[in-house]
Ligand binder design. Sequence first.
Ligand code: GAR
Length: 193
Amino acid sequence: MKNIVILVSGGGSNMAAIVREAQRANWRETLGAQVAAVISNRPDAGGLRLASEQKIATAVVDHKNFPDREAFDAALAQVIDGHRPTLVVLAGFMRILTPGFVDRYAGRLVNIHPSLLPAFPGLHTHQRAIEAGCQVAGATVHLVTPQLDHGPILEQAVVPVLAGDTEQALAGRVLSQEHVIYPRAIARLLRSL
Ligand code: GAR
């Protein structure tokens, strides 16, 4: 069985979309894959509750308990590796990862970022797109490399930026497309792993 480990920091709607698609498309039978665990760096992440409700193993590795990024990433990797992952999925995981961590999962570590990369890496992507006068915005699924929000692009979704858009309105429009492209990109990648 190809184990998928999902890392979240917040609400976990992308994680939930992946779990839903895994059930709908019966990934166990069709891909020999399962969501094995959901891990968060924040004990209060809503995604943990959602995962527990689906009977998926959960764990917390709280970054506040570690002196530096190296120590946190080492502890996180230990918990991840306990689930023998084929694929590690960052789904709203809001931590900068060390090069050592990224190298450990090279080629099997994916992220979704709420912009059309390489435009707008980093934070506040929607506000920056509105302020720049962009007519389109979107989201990108990519393989993770040591450089933040870079790496080979697996899939993108494009949405319009509408007149008078607020950051929240645009974020919601992008997020609903994230829920479409992330499970699809993961299924495609799993076939090659
Ligand atoms: C999503 O929009 C995701 O693209 C973004 O955080 C949100 C998480 O929502 N990720 C990043 O900004 C990573 N740089 P979710 O917890 O509901 O999936």
